[in-house]
Design a protein around this ligand. Sequence first.
Ligand code: DUC
Ligand code: ZN
Ligand code: ZN
Length: 637
Amino acid sequence: MPVPFDEAGHGETALEIDHPRLRPDVGLEVTIAAQGDDAITAGRERARLGPGWIDGDDLAIPEDEVGGRNRWPTGEGKKAQQGPGPDGPHLKSTHGRQWYVRPSQVEIGAVTMVGPDVFPPRPLARPHRYNPGPSLGSPTARPSLVSSLMNPFDLTIRHGTVVTAIDSFRADVGIRGGRVAAIEETLPPGIEDVDARDQLVLPGGVDSHCHIEQLSSFGIRCADDFHSATVSAAFGGTTTVIPFCAQHRGDALPVVLADYAERARTKAVIDYGFHLIVANPDERTLATDLPDAIGQGLRSFKIFMTYERTMLRDEQILDVLAVARRHGALVMVHAENHGMISWLAGRMTGSGRTAPRYHAICHTRGSEAEAINRVIALAELADCPILVVHVSTPEGIQLIREARGRGLKVFAETCPQYLFLTARDIDRPGVQGAAFCCSPPPRDEAAQEACWQGLKDGTLTVYSSDHAPYRMDAAGKLPNGEQTTFKEMANGVPGLELRLPLLFTYGVGAGRISLNEFVALGAAKHAQTYGCFPQKGTIAVGSDADIAIWDPLREVRITSELVHDNTGYTPYEGRTLHGWPVLVFSRGRRVVEDGKMLGQPGQGRFVARGLSEAMRPAGRHVSEIAQLEAWGRPLDG
Ligand code: DUC
Ligand code: ZN
Ligand code: ZN
């Protein structure tokens, strides 16, 4: 049934259905595709029916907020009304979802009745209750008995649309002792109340790939310390970061770990975990230090297949994979073929081609694809899950898709720079392009599209910033000023703060992903994959009250002055974003409000992570290893 839209793109798609099976506890699932000038949004929408009439205003988007470029409705944007029409049960559902251009037509497809099990009775809170157990530490500032009798909650967030990775619903959220204590349609007042009407109540973002206060193998310290980086993250709606403790050749892991732990402890304003960069997999590291670190809740290692000073040989990669498999950790892989890159770089610099744009030439797509292919084979041999970080190419994504299709546990990540930048950004006069140099480099529009597709179909598991902050000066990317060659430039771009707002605008706002996918890619899947779900990454009873309240209509023009990291620039300068986190809580404490930082250095806590499903080996041996088992002489036997 085509539904016309008026010229201005304003209007409502009204769907009226009479159905003999309509009951108050039965839902309705409708397939919808909207066609517009240059955009299509398609999806299945579910209208939830309560007894009698649902208050239209509650679920509705005001008419003037629907349609129009760069405008989108709040929440799922459904109106659903049900009531006893003149001829018996009658449903009217008005749909207004996430179109950002003016749709000329909306096609209503299949209409299916779905049973009460799909829409459990109110309260709408998902039945996510978990016992945090002793490892999560004791909650902060428990209210006294008297105050908890008078005010059951320290804080109640009211009237908002709560969005998790799988669900969106109207609810009040009650917070006590730093955790979510109740999610109900209506809750009693807290000691504090926040009105989130017309706003989205989202889990704080989890950024599982960022470099903070990290010492590079060339001895350059990142521009951000744990204070500036976590402040910047919080302003962008992120409440948990997982940066790296970087071991260099010759470093003993416990010393490295203690150093980063101390730096973070006194400065972080939001919670943090750590991955380990393993560049020195000697016997002690493998036998003692990595297992010990896992025991302390550092359940992920990053290894490099390139860079002279950090890359591991295939045998070393297998050693690390074997430890991860045995003790339960996830191995993150920087997959680029070192030989291909350095051979090309030699040719370039040898002939005076040293400008930033040659960085993008040297890091060919093939070098990413070769390394991904190889590390998948290594992971298959070791029967150990891996996560390929910062994937940038269609070829790499396809290899990961195929590996997953074969049942291998190969997870992957992409980052803002591969969705929103291209190699053309690097191609600027002089050394200006250095601001956009990261490894792998941004590619082209086709690669961007492949990354979107990978996020959409689940080939790419998480969306992280890979915040690698360096200033555009001699202390950062330009050690030799204007004469700096692309080989001497520190690799990386800032992104902690804008990661989520960019995805909101170009993902949710553009109709590429749903709000639930936004939460999944920006928060939930990070926590699930890296072993801190549902403490982090969702809004559920028992979860840490890490919550970002987003104003979906807030328009923000990006400038370097607006962003709070220490690089002094942003690759996204001049863009206008739509949708912004306006109030951010970390374990129930306000950290960002009205553009002000309220968090204190040192209030962030270390998050010890546990075993996740992603870390469990698939339990599939290549035929030769299976043969060893059949002979009763397993690999380690
Ligand atoms: N790899 C990263 O993960 N970040 C910055 C640079 C790099 O090579
Ligand atoms: Zn890397
Ligand atoms: Zn990185």
